[in-house]
Structures are given as structure tokens and as C-alpha cells.
Design a binder for this molecule. Structure first.
Ligand SMILES: Nc1ncnc2c1ncn2[C@@H]1O[C@H](COP(=O)(O)OP(=O)(O)OP(=O)(O)O)[C@@H](O)[C@H]1O
Length: 259
């Protein structure tokens, strides 16, 4: 029977020289869910992403992804299992074209060896063509046609963020982690990105875990939200629920000082 959740985190803990970056965080993401993690600056959101994607090893706790415990595995092994991520700052090859950057997301799907690649034989040719076709579908989906042969470094910032999203999609992930997907974007770019994020969940059926500072976006898009503060989970629930949670309001606005 298929599991209801794609990701389960149990009691994650991670500290840096006295700072508790993650202090007992547990949550799960459903197979059709758009789940967001929010919290003030330094609350531990990026640290959680880094543990999930294998950049940091948690000091304790379990991360079960698609039925397997992945805590402490290397980033490439976790990516190969089907977890793709984007980064706060665009991490693309600026001199390569949009198409070439997208192709880099396919390397987990290309299994031919160097000999058949040199000879451009059977399997190599078939896999290359299949990857090219998959990339063209992503170009269409993310409306990147007009930029496809341009070096990424020449493109507007909002489009670069979209290419990064495309590279993650090229991996055909089982779960997509988006780290501040609209950070630094103007309103129009943000609206475009919000539409693509929803389409990924609804049309491509890929569950999404999102870290984002733009509260409006999170409230509009997320099915459920986890709020963290000083590494600790302070609330989990639907956007409308957590918006009125006194602990959440306190975390964002600070303690009200008596006058
Ligand atoms: N590599 C590191 N070395 C030392 N301390 C770190 C490291 N990474 C994170 N921290 C600390 O852990 C805490 C959580 O940081 P983290 O970057 O996860 O927060 P965040 O919620 O993502 O913040 P922001 O919203 O500003 O991106 C902070 O106190 C931070 O200074």
C-alpha cells in the first residue's frame, strides 16, 4: 500500500557551538501536500532544509523519506532517491544556456557508460533523446521558450529562479524543497512563481516543502504551515489557524512590553 506521507521528521536536533538551530522539530508532509515552514530570521528554517537534503547530519532524530530513513545520508544519495531542492540564492551555471542548465538536472536519469556515450550507441542515444524531450516539456511548463538558448547569467532574476526550479523538476522528484522561491522578486515575478508552484503540485502531482519569508504567499499557497522560533516548533496547522495563534503572533511581533 502506498504511504500517505512522503516525508516524516521525528524530533530533529542540531546545534552549532551552543546555538540550538533545530530543537526538537517533528512534522510530516503528505503525498499531495504543499507544506510551508515559516519563522523569524535565524529561527532554523534553512538548517531544517540542510538536514533534510543531507548538507548537515542531525545530532539526533529521524528523517523518513518515501519509507526510508535518510538522516545522515549524503546529498547526492538523497537527491538520487528523489528529493530535489532549490536554493535561497540562485545556484546555476551562468555561462551555460537554459537548456544546458536544465540538462544538468537529468544526470540521475542518464545511466549509460562512457563507451556507449562515445559511440553514441543504442542506450546512450535513447536516454539522451528521452532527456531532451523531458527538458522541452519543462521549458513549456515554465514558459521559458524565449530564453531557452540564452546563457542564464543574462536573464532577469525572476527567470533565473524559474530555471532553477526547472532544473529541480528535471530530476523528476518525488518531493520538491523550495528555499525562499520568491525571495528578491518583484510583485509580478512573485505572482508568476506562485502560479507555477501551484501547478507543480496540482498538475505534476509533486508534493512541495517550502521555506518562505513572504507571508502572503505562504498564506495563499500552503495547505499546512509549521512555525519555528529559536529552533523550536511553536505551531502547526492550516494558514487560517496559525495566523491567530498567540505564540505565532508573539514570535513575529515580539513580546508586548507593559507601558
Ligand atoms: N553553519 C553554521 N554555523 C553556526 N551557526 C549556524 C550555522 N548555520 C546556522 N547557524 C545558526 O543557527 C540558527 C538558525 O539559522 P538558520 O539559517 O537555519 O535560520 P533561518 O530561519 O533559515 O534564518 P533566515 O530566515 O535568516 O534565513 C541561527 O542562530 C544561525 O546563526
Amino acid at each position: 500500500m502506498a504511504l500517505v506521507t512522503i516525508l516524516e521528521c521525528h524530533d530533529l536536533r542540531l546545534g552549532f557551538a551552543g546555538v540550538k538551530a533545530i530543537d526538537g522539530v517533528s512534522f510530516s508532509v503528505g503525498r499531495r501536500e504543499l507544506f510551508a515552514i515559516i519563522g523569524p530570521n535565524g529561527a532554523g528554517k534553512t538548517s531544517i532544509f540542510n538536514v533534510l537534503s543531507g548538507v548537515y547530519r542531525p545530532q539526533s532524530g529521524r528523517v523518513v523519506f518515501d519509507g526510508t530513513d535518510i538522516a545522515g545520508k549524503r546529498p547526492h544519495a538523497i537527491a538520487a532517491q528523489g528529493m530535489a531542492r532549490t536554493f535561497q540564492n540562485v545556484e546555476l551555471f551562468a555561462n551555460l544556456t537554459v537548456l544546458d542548465n536544465l540538462m544538468l538536472g537529468r544526470h540521475n536519469h542518464i545511466r549509460y557508460g562512457p563507451l556507449s556515450a562515445i559511440a553514441w550507441l543504442g542506450r546512450a542515444r535513447r536516454e539522451e533523446l528521452a532527456s531532451r524531450a523531458a527538458i522541452e516539456t519543462i521549458v513549456d511548463f515554465l514558459e521559458l521558450e524565449q530564453w531557452r538558448r540564452l546563457p542564464v547569467g543574462l536573464l532577469p532574476y525572476g527567470v533565473q529562479k524559474r530555471v532553477e526550479l526547472g532544473r529541480a523538476l528535471a530530476m523528476e522528484p518525488k518531493l520538491l524543497l523550495l528555499d525562499e522561491p520568491v525571495g528578491g522578486m518583484n510583485r509580478e515575478e512573485t505572482e508568476d512563481m506562485a502560479r507555477f508552484i501551484l501547478d507543480i503540485r496540482d498538475e505534476l502531482d509533486i508534493p512541495i516543502l517550502l521555506v518562505e519569508h513572504d507571508m502572503g504567499l505562504v498564506m495563499d499557497l500552503a495547505d499546512r504551515v509549521l512555525v519555528v522560533d529559536f529552533g523550536r516548533p511553536i505551531a502547526t496547522g492550516a494558514p487560517a489557524e496559525i495566523q491567530h495563534d498567540p505564540d505565532v503572533i508573539r514570535a513575529y511581533l515580539g513580546e508586548v512590553q507593559p507601558t
